[in-house]
Design a protein around this ligand. Structure first.
Ligand code: GLC
Length: 607
């Protein structure tokens, strides 16, 4: 197949409805702490992102989504925001953000920023004011403050638990030194939940949206989008009804009623949360550059998850059912089928994702004895993934993900085939999830390791010495990265992969080129006659084109790509009748005696 980037006619030139950019966008998640460090202090920053935009342009992504870079005490790696309109000095300045946005646009890359509406940092001015103001004040009404139970209010208001372990309520000491009310935090104690019944909270977030839209951002990834509304009166969660689901289907989320799919948790996926997004949608629609919103809503029943992308609400929602299906043909088939079915019901495009900053990297998950298992983290005491097997499967999985119509997310480092750091010592761990569970849960640090850019440089080229009055100079060298990198990162460094035939990076680049060239992202999906999940074979076709050029009236031929992945242990027959083929591995390895090898995938252009 051709390896150079073919110019794809803009959608306006096609005889089909104009497609907004996000419908089929490939969006690359930048985790700013760990992407690139331009000032040598061991932590990534915005100027680091700007300095590597050429790499992202080479890769061929349409947009980047940046995890939070706002002012924050960093108790949850920036998901604890102290000021939504300021950049944390660790990451740079507002000017650096403006420059990054402008440079990305110059490179043809759109910019999506993270928005954290469920909670602020406890250092946010509003929370500090709430502590000072005392019970029944308008300042406390912006958060969830409640009296405790028990004779002296010594028990929390209800039995809700924090996602990071332990109770979800913390008692404050009032100004007179006495133990006082309790406040709700679904995450860390440093992340008090905002009260979305409060109009001031709603107005503040409309204003924050406008602040970043005015600076030119192209969208928002909405953190914990399903958590904003809590049931009035804070009723106990009925744990007795949870975990009773026996059917292991994809909708079997124990926090939802197995019959009605209504949420059993009084603070997740409440109906009224959708009001908020309909309101935000009006704000976004008042801007002319097609800004979008994508929901981070860990809602397993897909019929509930797709409610976030009904007309007039969000544009996209992350498909975690697909992410969690693992390397298993039956689960993937189920996830794909149900996603198309439910997306079709609301008229929204699908999104596909394999990893992010909260999950064990898929190149490692797929290297476990059970490649569909989903551990919350991996330590040196746990089963160690087989890195070669995991990477081989990850290459094939990229061909499935990027072959599917819709929008696809790439987590930084996926394109290098990076594994999880599975032996990170406890002393390096920083995730509050680790601390709040007394180390029982390893937490998410293993997927957040700084990227390797150059195999032979300190910190594998992650940090570059500041060239001016930054914290380091060329003579001083660079600080150690904020999390140590495993030795296996060296051979996977970007400078060992870019331009190197057969590398994971070149595979991704080629897939994105062809995806654009053939317009696969807006194509039509169908399972192929070769699809056979019982035998570990995924096979589907994507057909695109078939219209007429709007300007010249010339016909645009319909083209069909057959995507096939072999998840079994044996080779499987490869269909014939294609004019071009691309494989997840070198052809000699992927095709044996005309058959597709195990854990390999193919894109076949059928003529
Ligand atoms: C989301 C983020 C995660 C964070 C949590 C609390 O799940 O992705 O990293 O810890 O929200 O903000």
């Amino acid at each position: 197949m051709t390896t150079h980037r073919l110019s794809t006619p803009p959608s306006e030139a096609r005889n089909r409805p104009v497609t907004p950019w996000w419908v089929d966008a490939v969006i690359y998640q930048v985790y700013p702490r760990s992407f690139a460090d331009a000032d040598g202090d061991g932590m990534g920053d915005l100027r680091g992102v700007t300095s590597r935009l050429d790499y992202l342009a080479q890769l061929g992504v349409d947009a980047i989504w940046l995890s939070p870079f706002y002012l924050s005490p960093q108790h949850d790696a920036g998901y604890d925001v102290a000021d939504y309109r300021a950049v944390d000095p660790r990451f740079g300045t507002l000017e650096d953000a403006d420059e990054m946005i402008a440079a990305a646009h110059e490179a043809g890359i759109r910019v999506v920023v993270d928005l954290v509406p469920n909670h602020t940092s406890s250092e946010h001015a509003w929370f500090q004011a709430a502590l000072a103001a005392g019970p029944d004040s308008p300042e406390r009404a912006r958060y969830h403050f409640a009296e405790g139970r028990g004779e002296h209010g010594e028990l929390p208001p209800n039995n809700w638990e924090s996602t990071f372990g332990g109770g979800a309520w913390t008692r404050v000491t009032e100004a007179d030194g006495t133990p006082g009310q309790w406040y709700l935090h679904l995450f860390d104690t440093s992340q008090p939940d905002l009260n979305w019944e409060n109009e001031e909270v709603r107005e503040e977030f409309r204003s924050i949206l406008r602040f970043w839209l005015d600076r030119g951002v192209d969208g928002f990834r909405v953190d914990v989008a399903h958590g904003l509304i809590k049931q009035p009166g804070y009723p106990d969660a009925d744990h007795s009804r949870m975990g009773m689901v026996t059917d292991a289907g994809e909708d079997a989320d124990p926090t939802f009623d197995p019959d009605t799919f209504e949420p059993l948790t009084p603070f997740l996926d409440q109906d009224r949360v959708h009001e908020v997004y309909r309101d935000w949608r009006r704000v976004l629609d008042s801007y002319g550059h097609e800004p979008m919103m994508v929901a981070e809503a860990w809602v397993a029943p897909l019929s509930r998850m797709f409610r976030y992308v009904r007309p007039g609400e969000m544009h996209q929602t992350f498909n975690f059912t697909y992410l969690m299906a693992g390397w298993d043909a039956a689960s993937l088939t189920h996830a794909i089928d149900r996603s198309f079915e439910q997306a079709g019901r609301v008229g929204a495009p699908n999104t596909w994702v394999l990893s992010n900053h909260d999950t064990v990297r898929h190149a490692s998950r797929y290297g476990l004895a059970d490649p569909s298992s989903y551990p919350a983290g991996i330590t040196a005491e746990d089963e160690q993934p087989d890195e070669a097997v995991g990477r081989r499967r990850a290459r094939a999985a990229a061909m499935v993900e990027l072959g599917l119509p819709g929008s696809a997310y790439i987590y930084q480092g996926d394109e290098l085939g990076l594994p999880e750091h599975t032996t990170l010592a406890a002393e390096h761990r920083q995730d509050p999830y680790f601390f709040r569970t007394d180390g029982k849960e390893p937490g998410r640090d293993g997927c957040r390791i700084p990227l390797p850019w150059a195999a032979d440089e300190p910190s594998y080229g992650f940090s570059t010495p500041a060239d001016d009055d930054g914290p380091a100079s060329a003579a001083e060298g660079v600080a150690a990265p904020w999390l140590p990198q495993p030795a296996s990162f060296r051979a996977l460094a970007a400078d060992r992969q870019v331009g190197v035939e057969g590398s994971v990076f070149e595979l991704y680049r080629r897939l994105l080129q062809i995806r654009g060239e053939l317009d696969l992202g807006t194509g039509t999906f169908a399972w192929s006659e070769h699809h056979d999940p019982a035998r570990g074979v995924l096979a589907f076709t994507v057909t695109s084109g078939g219209g007429r050029h709007l300007g010249s009236g010339e016909p645009i031929p319909a083209r069909t790509v057959l995507v096939m992945a072999n998840l079994s242990t044996d080779p499987v027959d490869l269909p014939t009748g294609h004019s071009r083929a691309l494989f997840s591995l070198e052809e000699a390895e992927a095709v044996q005696d005309g058959r597709l090898a195990h854990d390999a995938a193919a894109w076949l252009l059928m003529d």
